[in-house]
Design a protein around this ligand. Structure first.
Ligand SMILES: C[S@@+](CC[C@H](N)C(=O)[O-])C[C@H]1O[C@@H](n2cnc3c(N)ncnc32)[C@H](O)[C@@H]1O
Length: 364
């Protein structure tokens, strides 16, 4: 019985953790100009407890919003930790302060009942989605793929929280590659504290009462933000000893985003943390290599000799398509690499820095 409970707990979708107001404020201060005259939807939020609802209702006038709609999933009790024991849910509508006290009063907030449980995929919630210009929330991580797919299908602007591992999802990566989705400003140190009664596994120094620490959490958006046009400052120069070439793909390996060489214009495999620094005028994204999955998103071709170390690759439990290098006779498969290429610049960085055409690549 104990084992059964343990397994049930392990497989349970841990979606009940709630965003702090300070984290919402820290991110959304970069997007203020996008909200004027817009309808905002928070569709995974019990408005009675959601800090997203709090943020938008209290900043309604400053942001110049037109309307705020918030939908609640199942639970109708004023309880932070949803029991999901009610099949009917509510949605709220707020159109701003009408009595001049600059506070969202209960009588100014329209409470409506949904027919179903408030699932963002239900037709009645989709009808509310259609009214929205910008969707802002922290959606259930377990449904992140479907959640984003729906936003894209209905052509919505959004600012949402997710895990950086989602960058690697085969449904999400093509959106990133094609500049339909990018990372926002994110959480300090790449981790956030969320209000939750789940057991916190953070170390004592990182623990906060009543919260869980989630590392790797970030913001995803398709709204333009200044960060996106800031160049990553590069300072290292390419050299063949430090930057190994993949055996099976015409690209070099770069272990740290800050080590991207200033003078290399061929394809580079960089860690996933690069996405936080990505400026589409500086780099283009070509593909993704994930250890044990191989290359994704059809960027091929592999070099003809890519099957040379096939047996050794299989012995390591990796797959044929994995990017790999030989370092001191050892076969090395990096965990995840985003394949990028520097966009040519119209000027030489200094006299010694070769222009793009002269840079050392396997194509030359
Ligand atoms: C990570 S929590 C965040 C809650 C809230 N957005 C916040 O940031 O405080 C995700 C929420 O989505 C709700 N949820 C789960 N499945 C859902 C669904 N199918 N449709 C709408 N909401 C859902 C969960 O009940 C949970 O409260």
């Amino acid at each position: 019985m104990a084992n059964k409970n343990l397994n049930a707990a392990k497989s349970a979708k841990k979606d009940e953790f709630y965003t702090q107001l300070v984290d919402i404020e820290n991110e959304l201060k970069h997007y203020r100009e996008h909200f004027r005259g817009k309808t905002v939807l928070c569709n995974c939020d019990d408005p009675r407890i959601s800090n997203f609802f709090h943020y938008f209702s209290y900043n309604f006038e400053q942001l110049g919003l037109k309307k705020l709609i918030t939908t609640c999933y199942k639970n109708q009790e004023r309880d932070l930790f949803s029991q999901h024991n009610s099949e009917r849910a509510i949605w709220l509508e707020y159109t701003g302060d009408h009595n001049g006290n600059r506070v969202p009063d209960p009588e100014e907030i329209g409470i409506n009942y949904l027919q179903g449980d408030g699932d963002f995929r239900s037709q009645e919630c989709i009808e509310l989605l259609k009214q929205a210009d910008i969707v802002v929330t922290n959606p259930p991580f377990s449904l992140f793929r479907e959640y984003v797919a729906q936003l894209i299908e209905y052509d919505k602007k959004f600012i949402i929280i997710g895990h950086q591992n989602a960058i690697k999802y085969k449904e999400i990566f093509p959106l990133i590659r094609d500049n339909k989705l990018w990372l926002g400003y994110g959480f300090k140190g790449g981790a956030g504290h969320f209000i939750s009664n789940y057991e916190d596994i953070a170390t004592a120094g990182d623990h906060r009462d009543g919260m869980i620490r989630v590392s790797g959490v970030t913001w995803f958006t398709n709204l333009e933000i200044p960060k996106r046009s800031e160049d990553l400052i590069l300072y290292k120069k390419y050299n063949a000893t430090e930057y190994h070439k993949f055996e099976n793909y015409d690209a070099i390996n770069v272990d740290k985003t800050s080590d991207i060489p200033i003078d290399y214009y061929g394809v580079m495999g960089v860690p996933i943390t690069f996405m936080d620094k990505f400026n589409p005028s500086q780099f283009e994204i070509l593909g993704l290599g994930v250890a044990n999955l191989g290359l994704e998103c059809g960027i091929g071709p592999y070099k003809p000799e890519h099957k040379k170390y096939r047996k050794e690759i299989q012995k390591r439990g990796a797959v044929d398509g994995d990017l790999y290098m030989m370092i001191d006779g050892e076969l090395v498969v990096p965990y995840t690499r985003i394949l990028i290429r520097r966009r040519p610049i119209p000027y030489a960085v200094d006299e010694e820095t070769p222009m793009p055409m002269a840079a050392e690549t396997d194509n030359n």
